[in-house]
Write a protein that binds this ligand. Structure first.
Ligand code: 5GP
Ligand code: ZN
Length: 123
């Protein structure tokens, strides 16, 4: 299968892996948007959130719990962090193997694309 994240899982493409267990791995994002920016991905290939099945509920819950564990290990669980699943084109998804972004280590603004939205409204 021609999937970038499956290749990272199979160690065909290198990545800085920071967490691994039987269900998921986490590795640093190649283009970090915060002092810590990593991606938690399932070993199972699921293209988008739209393909999550009833039997995947525990797996997706585990991804969230692993993100929280990493936040604790990195020391920003109390100051706070952001987790994001992007879905399809409007969500900004570029890799079609679900991944949970974990961003932490600095304060982050909300909403994330406020300026773009303002421009869209005034045009
Ligand atoms: P998306 O835009 O699909 O939500 O997120 C994909 C993420 O994967 C992006 O933040 C991007 O920087 C990251 N990424 C893309 N290619 C690679 C790669 O080869 N290695 C790593 N470590 N991250 C990647
Ligand atoms: Zn995949």
């Amino acid at each position: 299968m021609d999937c970038l994240f499956c290749k990272i899982l199979n160690k065909e493409i290198p990545a800085q892996i920071i967490y691994e267990d039987e269900k998921v791995i986490a590795f640093n994002d190649i283009n970090p948007q915060a002092p810590t920016h990593c991606l938690v991905i399932p070993r199972k290939h699921i293209a988008t959130l739209n393909q999550i099945e009833d039997t995947d509920q525990e797996l997706v819950g585990h991804m969230v719990q692993v993100a929280a564990k990493i936040a604790d290990q990195q020391g920003f669980d109390q100051t706070g962090y952001r987790t994001v699943f992007n879905c399809n084109e409007h969500g900004g998804q570029t890799v079609y193997h679900i991944h949970l972004h974990l961003l932490g280590g600095k304060p982050m603004g909300w909403p994330p694309y406020q300026e773009k939205l303002k421009t869209a409204v005034t045009q």
